[in-house]
Structures are given as C-alpha cells and as structure tokens.
Design a protein around this ligand. Structure first.
Ligand code: BES
Ligand code: MN
Ligand code: ZN
Length: 491
C-alpha cells in the first residue's frame, strides 16, 4: 500500500474520509463536502444514528456533484490520541480494501492538537491494516480481491507529516516481515530458511552470523541441540548486530524462541490445533522484524538480536523424556516433557548472548506456554523481569503502542518446583503456574544482566481482525520494542 501526504483538499475521484467530531461537529473538509453535495452530508447524518463517536463510520456511496466513489464520515472524539489515530487509518483501510475504490484521501483537519503527528499516525495505521498473506491462494473470489492501492493523507504541513511518517514506515516494514515469517508454514520456514531470511537484513547494514550444528556443538549448546535432534531439518542459531551508536556503547539484546514447528516431540501434542504450532517461531520472527525496523530507521542504538532455530519432532533420534542434557552454562537439565522445549532453546541462547555481548539489558520473546493464555487471554503478553525499571519501561512502551504487557511474578518458591532427582533441574514444574515455572527456568540462565521475558503465546497471532492487524500473525513486539528503544536507549 502506497501511503503519501498532501495539503488537504477534497479529491474528485476515488474515496474520501472526512472527520466528524463528537456531537456531529463537522470538520472543515466535511463542511466543504456537505456544501459540494448540496447538503448530503448533513442529511445522511440526520437520517442515521451516526454521532461522530470514536470508531464510528458512515458511508455515502457516489455522492452527487463530487465524482467520488464514496465518502466516509469518520468519528473522532476528544480522546483522539496516537492509538485512536492509528485505528482510524486502519479502520478506513479495513472498510475500503476490497470496496472497489482504488484510492482514498483521508483529510486530517480536526480532533488533535498536533495534526501533523496525527496524520503520520493515520498513515501508520493505514499501512499496518493493509497487510495480506495471500501468496498461496490460487483462486480467490473477485469480491475478496483488494482494490485499494493508495492512501493519501491530506494535512496542512504535508511535508512535515511525510518526514514524521518516514521512520514509522520502516517500523511497519519490520512488522510485515515478522507477519510474513510467522504466517509461512513449517515446510517453507524451517531453521535453515529462517536463517536465510534473517541474512537478508545484511542489505540494511545488519551484521548477520549463522551458527550451524557443528559450531553450536563446539559451544556446548546441548539443550538447544537436543530439541532439534529428532528433526530432518538441522538446527541453527542466528546472531544479528546493528551498530547505530558509538562502538564503546553496550548493546541492547533481544532473544527469540524459534521453534519452526512444535509437534511436542516424543511427548507429542494432540492432533487438533497442532497446525497452529507453525507459529512457534513467533519470538524469533519478532526479533528478526525488530532488527529490520531498527536498521531500517537507522536507530541510534547498538542492538543485537539472537534467535535459536529448531524443529521439535518425534523420531528414532529424537530426545526422550528422562534424557539429561548439559547446557552451555554447564548446568544440567533432566527432560521430563519434550514439549517444554522452548525454555531449553532459550537457556542456551540467553547464556550465549550475555556471555558474548555483556548487554545493558536483555529481553527475550517466546510463545513459551499455553498457560499464559489461560492467565491473560489474548489481550496482554506475560512480562517477567528481574529488574523493576526495565519492567516499567516495557509496560509504558506497551501502553504507548497498544501492544500491552502484564507483569507476572518471579519467586524462589516457584523456582523450587524445578528440582530434579537426577540433574540440576528438570524442564517442567508441574501443572500449577506453568508460565511462571517456565520463566524461572529461563532466569537460571541469566546472571546480573537486567532481563525481561515476554511470553507472547497469546498475542503472536489473532483469530480476529483488529483495526491495525488483519487476523493471523500480528507481529506483536516489533512496535513495542522499537518504542522501548526509541524512548530509552537512543538518548
Ligand atoms: N509452544 C508451546 C506453547 C504454546 C501452546 C503456545 C499453545 C501457543 C499455544 C510450548 O512449547 C509448549 O508446548 N508448552 C507446554 C509446556 C508444558 C509441557 C509444561 C504447554 O504450554 O502446554
Ligand atoms: Mn512445546
Ligand atoms: Zn513450543
């Protein structure tokens, strides 16, 4: 979708979106449209229950005297903040994508103090909502095919709005990359191919290293390798480095769980719903997309992104329940359930990351537990942290971007549940507090580094469309962590 900015003016073809404030108060553009149509806007409002409330739309098809396909009146009320602005752009695209119109002009001339910033946000929302994953459809009803190709935001000070939108567009590129990676099926995206996709970030100036099995064996990453040993696809680890600040500055580190398919392994999952486990590389997908966003907008930060890539399959060579593996850290883990594999992958990657980079903070993302969906549903990601400041800044970035997180506890009492009779720990802590015991295991592989863990099992994909995300892969975390970096680590 092409997003552009122009000085505000009613177009004479395609579609237009004009704003109406709470109490049916017409914006300047809405008033002009009303005049041009001989009062059709006022008549339509009067004949409907449209009040100009946030999120409300009223459509006028082929209004006389305009040449337009359609005009949408869009409600904005006093709380027309950043997220509402994005939702407006997203909803407009949602309504028009398959409408028959090829272009739309959204005129942002009321509702916010800073209209330039508002216009940029409308653009971001529009772009995010235009995402489609349809490369595998060979037959599609004509009525389902997108027609909308271009969105113009009309705003006084268009050049400024264009400049404000520039970095947002790069963040959207990152979100789209994540959505693509997460949407791709397991026969297309497996460790080797996901690593190859990460490698494409080199053209943005990201340094990308790919570790194969031999290299990881040398490092002693037996926990990660144990998970992948039953798969026909070899495991990989990818290390991405973006250097946007002075070399002497310690990096911010991001670590992602990349289980390209999670069958459960020998502790195999039930059949129904197993297809969803292609999304189990969502954490890695987010880290790769985030690195694309940071490099794309040339963030003034040093950032590293590490992803552990494995496929968890049952096989004659697969890891067994009862097996004991030695992690890179030297700690040993007794496997009680091969389906609790994400923590095994992260144990080695987290350790490697802090050992090599000594980061100023380290944040991991993982579709780690079904239990977090029981706790928080699909509204918040679970946040675990060993550092209050880090937890607070992540929470704030979540509220600002609409990618919300909710903090969960860490405590020695939970940690005790990991006690094993045969090794330093077992990989599960029983049914109770499953997300917390999983986080406790991760914490055993983090030293004093300020660290946070985001359990994104409930938010990495969505069964319903949202204003700025069609159903499917959401790209959750890219915008949140991009914002965290912008607000806290680029100063
Ligand atoms: N990838 C799953 C977690 C998951 C489940 C994500 C459902 C999204 C939806 C993870 O590897 C897993 O299987 N976790 C187990 C842990 C259990 C065996 C202790 C779980 O949550 O059931
Ligand atoms: Mn699993
Ligand atoms: Zn998993």
């Amino acid at each position: 979708m092409k997003i552009s900015f122009a000085e505000p003016a009613l177009p004479d073809k395609g579609a237009v979106v004009v704003l109406v404030a709470d109490g049916r108060k017409l914006s300047p553009a809405a008033r002009e449209l009303d005049k041009k149509t001989g009062g059709a806007v006022a008549r339509a409002i009067k004949a409907s229950r449209f009040e100009g409330k946030k999120g409300q739309f009223l459509e006028l098809v082929a209004p006389a005297g305009t040449g337009l396909d359609r005009a949408l009146l869009a409600g904005v009320n006093k709380e027309f903040g950043e997220l509402a602005q994005q939702a407006l752009g997203g909803n407009a695209v949602g309504k028009l994508l398959v409408s028959g119109s090829a272009a739309v002009t959204v005129i942002v001339d009321t509702g916010a103090k800073d209209l330039v910033e508002a216009a940029a946000n409308v653009g971001l929302g529009a772009r995010l909502a235009s995402y489609r994953f349809d490369r595998y459809r060979t037959t599609e009803e004509k009525a389902d095919k997108p027609t909308l190709k271009a969105v113009t935001i009309g705003v006084a000070g268009a050049a400024k709005a264009r400049r404000a939108y520039g970095p947002m567009d790069k963040v959207a590129d990152g979100v789209f990359f994540t959505r693509d990676l997460v949407s791709e099926p397991g026969n297309v995206i497996y460790p080797e191919t996901l690593a190859k996709e990460a490698k494409t970030l080199e053209k943005l100036g990201v340094k990308v290293e790919i570790f194969d099995v031999k290299k990881m064996e040398k490092l002693g990453m037996r926990a990660l390798l144990g998970v992948g040993q039953g798969s026909a696809h070899e495991s990989r680890m990818v290390v991405m480095q973006w250097e946007g600040a002075a070399k002497s500055k310690k990096p911010v580190a991001f670590v992602g769980k990349g289980v390209t398919f999670d069958s459960g392994g020998i502790s195999i999952k039930p059949g129904p719903g197993m297809e969803e486990m292609k999304w189990d590389m969502g954490g890695a997908g987010t880290v790769v997309g985030l690195m694309k966003a940071l490099a794309g907008r040339k963030a003034r930060v040093n950032a590293v992104g590490l992803v552990g890539l494995v496929e968890n399959m049952p096989d004659g060579k697969a890891q067994r329940p009862g097996d004991i593996v030695k992690t890179m850290s030297g700690q040993t883990i007794e496997i009680h359930n091969t389906d609790a594999e994400g923590r095994l992958v992260l144990a080695d990657v987290l350790w490697y990351c802090q050992d090599r980079f000594k980061p100023q903070c380290m944040i991991d993302l993982a579709t780690l537990t079904g239990a977090i969906i029981i706790s928080l549903g699909h509204e918040h990601a679970g946040l675990f942290a060993n550092n209050d400041t880090l937890a607070e800044t992540i929470t704030a970035a979540g509220l600002a971007t609409g990618e919300k997180v909710w903090r969960m506890p860490l405590d020695d009492a939970y940690d005790k549940k990991l006690k094993s009779d045969a090794a330093d720990m077992k990989n599960i802590g029983g049914r109770d507090a499953g997300s917390i015991t999983a986080a406790q295991l991760l914490q055993r592989f983090v030293d004093k580094t300020p660290w946070a863990h985001l359990d994104i099992a409930g938010v990495a994909w969505s069964k319903e469309a949202k204003p700025t995300a069609p159903k499917g892969a959401t790209g959750f975390g890219v915008r949140l962590l991009d914002r965290l970096v912008a607000d806290n680590y680029e100063k």
